[in-house]
Design a protein around this ligand. Structure first.
Ligand code: GTP
Ligand code: MG
Length: 668
């Protein structure tokens, strides 16, 4: 057995905490469901919270020029327990396509390979993911490490094509001859056989939602726009790897600048292969000083603090873990990187989830207390009315029934008003949503494409794209503006309905489109950067342009769909509130009338009915108390976080980033 790596321990803690949270949420949901305390829109909210907790992923991407040791590092961190090297790691170009490691329990263990020719169809990776027929699927024997390693050799496969084919596939560029791949004797070009590989593997960390992305070197990264535009920017952390023996080379710098720009997610820099600096003629101290020197120099070149640079030896770490040699593992310095990954990444994820859960709990509580509060208020009114009947004659009761009938009739007049409100509301909502429709989005993107097609230079493409983003931002802000009008209209109508018909309608916080504008800005930044790269010249090829457009549309569609989904849910839940109060009020009138009729037939019924109402009220009170109690348990769990394990790591000897661990311990 190898000692448990600290990254694993903290990820374990995070996922344990997540499932504890999911359990608490389940308790809440079951209770609310059993006692019919939530309506459809609120239960949709609970559902999306549940999904969020269940499917939360943590994506870590390993990025570097070829042969820096990405695959070896992944082997050392994740696969040492198999007792061998699992991902192929050899001198020279090895991994030829991006490789994604994850676990989906609904699928068998397998290696899925997307043929490189799919690039010619212009379909984006996102579109191809669910199309199983597009992929070659190789079942994996996870219990047999040798067979497993043998199967994974596929990711190194290449094939030879003509220069024209290579050009069409995006691997040949006459303008950048130095970047072109080698030719064989027959003048053919060597290109990767696969465009993307997905490994579905039941590793304990992957089971907990970790997704690892191994990438090929510089030119291959540039050849797949989706990697630059989508996969890398959406990773939660990137590990950038350099060779301690080579330092920062020109092509390392190009990757750093183009793909890991300053806005990239949490970045870790690894100075790999420190074992290569060992020198039989130098003392241990001299070698240490040399490593420290390269580390400082690297930090200076990349303009980051030296603490963010981790000198280590992936090869030594893998060997040490396979042999169970603790001392050698320590000497490899891999544990420092793992510890930093654990102490810096997981608290961020934890914070995001905590916020989501706390906000969700608040919404549920508001919803339930309002619902129960309304019913209790009506019960109290009924109670008051019934108490007033004590000792009243039967003719007086008759009068009261008539009064209830009159009140009911008066109340029913609200239906005309509600009908009008519904018409106005749905028209306004439609107006607010029209700017966010997928048709509108496609129109705008096509317009941009038309402009791009006309301009051959990147400059024009970039400009057209920026114009598009400005227009889209205006659409979001237009929707925001219209929704504020909807809110004001509803606010005014609710106030009137409350005053005239005894409703207790209240507006909840309307969704803010600001969030989506931020998401749009992030996409804009990534794409603008991409359009500035030399690789973007490939856009002059129609297939690439098509792929670029599709990718962009699918990214933007997510933003627009979420934005309009948010608006719709809010508006729906607002209308649902009106409907449920209307139902409740009607039921209340019916109950009042029934009680009066019962009391009229037998005086003893009065006390009985009063008793019933009291019991009913007590029951509601207890339901509210129990809901609050369950929500409190959810909140406590959220605020407690995956504490003990993470705190342990930060205290462990060698834990590098004490600072990052501080806020965690403070919360303990
Ligand atoms: N001496 C030494 N060699 C290493 C170390 N890590 C990796 N290597 C070797 O460097 C070579 C390249 O390693 P890979 O893991 O294949 O590198 P990569 O970054 O995945 O390269 P590509 O897949 O081509 O992009 C292999 O021969 C490894 O055995 C290390 O820490 N020390
Ligand atoms: Mg590799």
């Amino acid at each position: 057995m190898t000692p448990t790596p600290s990254f694993a321990t903290s990820l374990d803690a995070l996922s344990g905490w997540r499932s504890a949270l999911a359990q608490r949420l389940e308790d809440v949901a079951r209770f609310l469901g059993e006692h019919e305390l939530i309506d459809d829109s609120a239960s949709m909210q609970v559902g999306s919270l549940r999904e969020r907790l269940g499917n939360e992923k943590l994506v870590v991407a390993f990025v570097a020029e070829f042969s820096r040791g990405k695959s070896e590092l992944i082997n050392a961190i994740f696969f040492a327990d198999t007792g061998r090297r699992i991902l192929p790691a050899t001198p020279g170009r090895t991994t030829m396509c991006p490789v994604e490691l994850a676990w989906d329990a609904d699928e068998p263990s397998s290696l899925m390979l997307l043929p490189i020719e799919t690039r010619l169809d212009g379909l984006s990776l996102t579109e191809l993911r669910p199309q199983r027929r597009a992929w070659k699927i190789v079942p994996l024997q996870v219990r047999d490490p040798d067979q497993l390693a043998q199967s994974l050799l596929e990711v190194t496969r290449t094939s030879f094509v003509t220069k024209d084919q290579a050009r069409a596939l995006g691997f040949w560029d006459d303008a950048q001859p130095e970047d072109n791949p080698p030719l064989d004797d027959a003048g053919r070009v060597e290109v990767p056989a696969w465009r993307h590989a997905l490994i579905n593997y039941p590793h304990p960390l992957l089971k907990q939602g970790l997704v690892v992305l191994d990438t090929p070197g510089l030119n291959a990264i540039g050849a797949e726009p989706e990697l630059t535009l989508s996969l890398l920017p959406s990773a939660h952390a990137t590990v950038f790897i350099l060779g301690a023996d080579t330092g920062v080379t020109k092509s390392d710098m190009a990757i750093w600048r183009d793909h890991l720009g300053s806005h990239a997610p949490t970045r870790f820099v690894v100075l790999n292969k420190i074992d290569a600096l060992l020198d039989p003629l130098a003392t241990r101290e001299q070698v240490q000083a040399q490593i420290a020197g390269v580390r400082r120099e690297t930090a200076r070149t990349l303009d980051i603090p030296a603490e963010r640079v981790f000198p280590l030896s992936a090869r030594q770490a893998l060997a040490a873990r396979v042999m169970g040699d603790h001392e050698a593992l320590r000497d490899s310095h891999l544990p420092e990187l793992e510890s930093a990954l654990g102490t810096q990444l997981l608290p961020q994820r934890r914070q995001v989830l905590e916020d989501v859960v706390l906000e969700g709990a608040q919404q549920i509580e508001t919803h339930v207390s309002r619902r129960l509060g309304d019913t209790r208020r009506q019960l109290a009114e009924q109670m008051l009315e019934l108490r007033g009947l004590r000792g009243k004659s039967s003719s007086k009761l008759r009068l009261m029934i008539e009064r209830v009938d009159a009140e009911t009739a008066e109340f029913e007049q609200c239906t005309v008003r509600l009908q009008a409100l519904r018409v106005v509301h749905s028209r306004m909502l439609k107006d607010a949503l029209v700017g966010l429709s997928s048709d509108r989005l496609r129109e705008e993107v096509s317009e941009m494409q038309a402009v791009m097609n006309k301009s051959l230079l990147n400059l024009g493409a970039k400009k057209a794209f920026i114009v598009l983003c400005t227009k889209l931002r205006a659409l979001l802000s237009g929707a925001q503006h219209l929704n504020v009008e909807v809110r004001d209209m509803l606010g005014a109508s609710f106030a009137k309905l409350n005053a005239e018909f005894g409703f207790s309608l209240a507006l909840t916080k309307a969704p803010d489109m600001e969030r989506y504008m931020d998401e749009l800005s992030l996409i804009e930044r990534n794409y603008v950067q991409y359009l500035g790269l030399t690789q973007a010249l490939r856009l002059s090829q129609p297939k690439f342009m098509e792929q670029f457009r599709r990718m962009l549309v699918s990214k933007l569609r997510v933003v627009f769909e979420n934005a309009s989904g948010d608006l719709e849910i809010w508006n729906k839940s607002t209308s649902a509130q009106v409907d449920s109060q209307l139902r409740e009020r009607r039921r209340n009138f019916r109950r009042r009338r029934e009680s009066l009729e019962r009391v009229q037939t037998a005086a003893s019924e009065l006390e009985l009915r009063l008793g019933e109402i009291e019991t009913q009220d007590e029951r509601l009170q207890s339901l509210l108390g129990r809901t609050r109690h369950l929500l409190e348990a959810l909140r406590e769990q959220a605020c407690a976080g995956p504490m003990p394990e993470i705190a342990l790591i930060s205290l462990a000897p060698g834990a590098r980033d004490q600072e990052a661990a501080q806020p965690l311990r403070a919360q303990a």
